[in-house]
Design a protein around this ligand. Structure first.
Ligand SMILES: Nc1nc2c(ncn2[C@@H]2O[C@H](COP(=O)(O)OP(=O)(O)OP(=O)(O)O)[C@@H](O)[C@H]2O)c(=O)[nH]1
Ligand SMILES: [Mg+2]
Length: 441
């Protein structure tokens, strides 16, 4: 089976590079200014639609995609290199869900969507230089790259969908109206995955999708059909092909209802699409009676054709382009993308007493600040403490009952809580640093 239309992808953007802590050193200059450069940005992971792919098979076998990490900053104000982006190619018509919500619809060739954002580079000590702190012993680690789990679903973009029982002649009709050459054979379930073909008729060009045959109970998973019905979800018109011989003993007239019921139970939107009923195999004896019976039941709105001889196919295509002109192009879902996924703002933080003297601190900002903290630098620790205090983390922890000696966990970072007021950490005499010491070792 080589047609894969559903896959879960794990995208990991690159971490930012660490900022550098460095001071200028010259022969006659003992304490030069800070010159640690910033880390490079981590690479992003992108999804890109391409018309050259027709399945999600590559991703099925390689679902973990990582972008490159940013290079570390260096002395002499050298910024680290940005990490390389990773681009995942997907077929046009790939729909992306994040946490069950629609996040993107890649319905145009070349369209790109960022699946995971690279972490920003940590700032080097050069960036922390201020008038009051001309020699900061302060540098950030790179921010972690975003990690996201995405569910991708391919919903082919076709204008016309061919539906019907197995063996009705759907693939034969596709071969008749386009250059597609799907497998055709005299047994049910010949078609195992959707086929697409481009038809050109009276200067109108449209894409036709042929899907595996449907049977009763298809929407509940019987046969092959239902899992492929999503590929006709975006079509503008469905052509329902009827085999005058019926399917497995069911007479063709009542069979129409069976297929209609399957469409409806899979998705009511399918049942609402314009439908063209066509009795195929008109070259076979007995087809005329079936046509007459169906015409009686459906008040003449039934066409007759033969995919084998080509008879009547022109009339079917006339009806197709008439319906197409009445409805817009293949549906896309961009307008249905949930607002939250577009403007994803995660502010604030939460504190939870996990028991046993352990408190969990969660939130995008605090987790990022923790990940970027180089805890070996007292100045960086102090800056971190101030940031937490400023946004009210101290107050929240106290309210949650934290005591001296308890542990706070934030992402992968842990620190011990102390009730003592945060004392400014000793900063070395700043004046001295700017002084030029000639001849001193
Ligand atoms: N006599 C006659 N036979 C036809 C006609 N159209 C298709 N057939 C035959 O019917 C059989 C099934 O045709 P397919 O095109 O494979 O049918 P399908 O609907 O794609 O079948 P599945 O893929 O199994 O769902 C083949 O043996 C075809 O040659 C027709 O107009 N006249
Ligand atoms: Mg077929």
């Amino acid at each position: 089976m080589n047609f894969i239309d559903k896959v879960r992808v794990f995208a990991a953007a690159g971490d930012g590079g660490d900022g550098s802590l460095s001071f200028r050193r010259l022969k006659f200059l003992e304490f030069g200014g800070p010159n640690g450069g910033d880390g490079g940005r981590g690479g992003d992971v992108w999804l890109e639609a391409t018309s050259r792919l027709t399945t999600l098979m590559d991703l099925h076998f390689h679902p973990h995609v990582e972008a490159g990490r940013g290079g570390h900053g260096k002395g002499s104000n050298k910024t680290g290199d940005d990490g390389a982006d990773a681009v995942i190619k997907v077929p046009v018509g790939t729909v992306v869900y994040r946490d069950g919500a629609l996040a993107a619809d890649l319905h145009k060739d070349g369209q790109r969507w960022r699946a995971a954002q690279g972490g920003r580079g940590g700032r080097g000590n050069h960036s922390f230089k201020t008038q009051s702190n001309t020699a900061p012993r302060l540098a950030e680690k790179g921010a972690p790259g975003e990690k996201s789990t995405l569910d991708l679903e391919l919903k082919l973009l076709a204008d016309v969908g061919l539906v019907g029982f197995p063996n009705a002649g759907k693939s034969s009709l596709l071969a008749r109206v386009s250059r597609a050459r799907p497998k055709v054979a005299d047994y049910p379930f010949t078609t195992l995955s959707p086929n697409l073909g481009v038809a050109l008729y009276k200067n109108v060009s449209f894409v036709v999708a042929d899907i595996p045959g449907l049977i009763e109970g298809a929407a509940e998973g019987k046969g092959l059909g239902a899992q492929f019905l999503r590929h006709v979800e975006r079509t503008r018109v469905l052509v329902h092909l009827i085999d005058p011989a019926g399917y497995m003993g069911e007479d063709p007239v009542s069979g129409v209802k069976t297929i209609e019921a399957e469409l409806k139970s899979f998705n009511p939107r399918l049942a609402a699409k314009p439908r063209i009923l066509v009795v195929n195999k008109m070259d076979l004896p007995g087809a005329q009676q079936v046509l007459a019976a169906l015409k009686k039941k459906y008040r003449g709105r039934v066409l007759a054709a033969s995919a084998a001889t080509g008879e009547g196919v022109g009339a079917v295509l006339d009806r197709v382009i008439e319906e197409l002109s009445r409805h817009d192009g293949p549906e896309h879902y961009e307008d249905r993308i949930a607002d939250e996924t577009l403007h994803k703002v995660e502010q604030g933080f939460s504190v939870e007493n996990m028991g046993g003297g352990v408190f969990a601190l969660r939130g995008r900002f605090v987790e990022r600040a923790s990940a970027m903290l180089d805890a070996s630098l007292p100045e960086a620790v102090q800056r971190y403490q101030n940031a937490l205090k400023r946004i009210g983390v101290d107050r929240a922890l106290k309210k949650a009952g934290i005591r001296s000696g308890d542990l706070v966990r934030c992402g992968n970072f842990e620190f011990e809580w102390s009730d003592a007021p945060a004392r400014p950490l000793p900063v070395k005499n700043r004046d001295k640093r700017t002084r030029i010491g000639v001849g001193k070792k």
